[in-house]
Write a protein that binds this ligand. Sequence first.
Ligand code: HEM
Length: 544
Amino acid sequence: MAIQKIIEILSFKDYFLFFILIFATYVFNFYHKYLTRPNPLPGPLPLPFIGNLHNVAHDLRLFFGECQLKYGDICEIMLNGHRWIILSRPDYIENLMSSKCFKRFPYSEGLVEFGFYGHGVAGNDDYKSWKYNRQFFSQALLVPKFMDNAIKSTNKLFEELRGYWQSLGKQNISNHNKDNWILETDFSAWLHAFTNDIISIIATGERTYSIASYYNTQSTVKSDHPDTLVEDGNKFVKLIINNIEGIIFFMVVGPFWRHYVPIVGNKANFYLKNRDDLYEKLDFMIKKRRKEIEEMPMGTEMRTDMLTSLIIANTEKATADNIKTVGSETFEPMIDEEIRGSLLEAFEGGTDTTANSICYIVYYICKYPNVKQKMISEIDSIFSNKSYLTSDDLSKLKYCEAIIKETSRMIPISNFITRYMIEECEVAGRKWAAGTLFHLNFAGVNSHPKVWPNPEVFDPDRFYNVDHGDNEQLENKYSLLIFGGGPRICPGRKLAMCELLLLMTSIYRYFNVELVDKHEPLKIVALTNNNVLEMKVRISPRIN
Ligand code: HEM
């Protein structure tokens, strides 16, 4: 009754003043908390409600670079109510790579609702469950025949890609000489399709037909693969792409918006439905393969794709390579839900990363003809009388490997990784309380002038025939961040390096690739990763 009376007495002006009072109290509290924070660091002033969102929204990579220049190797911003401590110097990050610093994120109710947090490997911050999943994931990639199979499949898929490029080049009517054609195309689209296809083969033993699908959009004649297979593959890839978007959406959009604001809520429901459809598809693949394996007589030699390894690991069908023990403990075999998580992470972790890497590599090779010449000599010397390369051949490609490292130094694939402290720790000479969130700025570390002379110069020779012991810049093992570090280092790094070497050698063995416009900057979207949106190139056959 009394409340109703007060409501009736109050005028619009009173409400307005009341609102101003609440707003002013919030702003006062916000800045009071900000100005009295422990270990204050330099950084752009955050705004109430949005923190520094307005600063980072345009390009995260450039923003981190600007921060380092203006505020130094350790600085801070505020996002999503959290202080982000940004570190850009190799020796500052060393402590964060220890096994104590294992967590990636603070608890996120959005990721829990989406089913990403606490499951699988990348989104799992529960040590016991992460360790279990990570052991199986890594072991599947370590089965000796796994890499040989990956190499064979990549070689085979590249043959198909080669056929598509030739076919499109010859279809081009301006190419009068059909053996000396030129194809103007988007390299990034082809390579994203290629890595999609190859990860699918390596992970599940089945194809997504992504390169055939892209070929069909460019060509007047269709690929030999049946339309239904290509369409099914396309749908599957879309489910995966939407699922990755869903993870980001549920990470940044708060529960009130997701549950009560209509347009945002519809988007949330769309991602949840997409997730369920994707899970259904993966569960079907797992069940089908489980049944095939069950029906195989004991001792049958099996495929070495990830799905098969995960199903048989620690079961009676396991070979010596598929037994996972830690100390005296033998882990229980994986259930379907856990296998699904691992497959999904192979798709999510291994597709765009590898595709973007090869785009940057080719971009730098196009810009530096002397590097290209030296690389081609190495490739030709290894290929001299072979049609396919083996893992032994790949290990001899030292200059190609140096190009991969130097490209990743110049433009890292991931912009940053995070570490979230669960206990007090010392970083950059200061003590930090539990609950501090650190961001390791890859570009800042990889071009720090203290360890990299002339960091802005592209020079693969830094890594070529270098004796690590004598080399100052390689003394600190975290002066080059490509795959992260510590216990959470990328488990797919060996596979990724192998894929990149194979792609480089296969492309330059058969083709010349030039940028259509050497002066045009690359079209990149820089969020957690630096994604190449488009890279127009001219491809032509190599005439020896
Ligand atoms: C050029 C290619 C790749 C790059 C640049 C890359 C980069 C990274 C980085 C920076 C991390 C975070 C590491 C950390 O926090 O310290 C990571 C984690 C991860 N990557 Fe990769 N990656 C690549 C390829 C792959 C491939 C091919 C796979 C799988 C087949 C894969 C699967 C994963 C998984 C599952 C994690 C999470 C590991 C964990 O949390 O324990 N990645 N990767």
